[in-house]
Design a protein. Sequence first.
Length: 285
Amino acid sequence: MTSKSTDRIATVYFWASGILIIGILAWFLFRILGDGIPHLSWHFIFGKPEEIKAGGGVGPQLFNSFYVLILSLLISIPIGLFSGIYLAIYAQKNWFTDLVRISVEALSSVPSIVFGLFGFLLFANLLGLKFSILGGAATVALLNLPVMVRVTEESIRTVPESYWEASLALGSTKWQAIRKVLIPAALPSLITGITLIAGRALGESAILIYTAGLSVSRFFPDFNPLNMGETLSVHLWYVGAEALVPDAKDIAKGSAALLLIVVLIFNLLVSIPSRILQKRLSGGK
C-alpha cells in the first residue's frame, strides 16, 4: 500500500470519526432540548418547587447551583493555582515532587461518589457542617482541585522559557515574573481549565447528594451557606427517582434542558472573552 493510499484512508477515518462524534452530540442536544424546552417558563425557572402538587418550579435549585459553583471556585482556584505554580516553578526534581504529581493524577481519576462519601465524613460529620451548601461546595472543590493543579502546571510550562528569562534579566524577582509575565501569558489556558471545572461543578450530583442534601430553604434566595442546598442536577435525579409530584417527568425534562442551557451559556460567556484575550496576547493572529 502506497503512502498516498494510507494518507487517504487515514483522512477518511478521521473525517468519519469527527462526523460521528458531532452527530451523536447533535442528537444528544436535540433530544434533551426538544423534550425539555416546551416545559420551560418564567414560573418554572424562577418559581419554588412543589412536593405534592403539580406545577412547581426550580428557582431555589438553580440559585443553589450557582451558589455552590461560586463557593467551590473560590476554594479550588487559589489553592490549585498556587499549587500548580509551585510544581512548575519552585519544586525540585526529586521523589517527593514525583509523588505529589502521581497523587494529583490519581485523585483526578477518583469517582465523584468517593469524594461525596469523604465529604460527608469530613465536613458533615467531623466538622459538624451537616448537610449544607458550604460542605457541598468544599467537597466539589476537592473534586476539581487535582484538575486545577494539573491545568495550572501545564499552562505555566507552555509559556516560552524566553519570557521567564527576559523578565529575570530585567531585574524582576521570581514572584514579579510569575505575576506579571507567566500568569498573563498562560491566562487563556487557565480560563479554559476554570471553564472545565466550573462545568463539572454545575453538573455534579453524586457529591452533593451526600453533602448538600435534598432540600432547599424556605427563603429564596437564601445566602446562608450553612443551610441545605439542593442543586439543579440533584433535583433532576430526585424527581426522576423519588418525587411524588404527578408531573415529575415533565419537571425532569425541563430541568435537564435548563441545566444544559445554563452550562452552554456559561461556557460561551467564559470562552469568548478567553479567545479575545488570546488574540490580543498573540498580536491578533
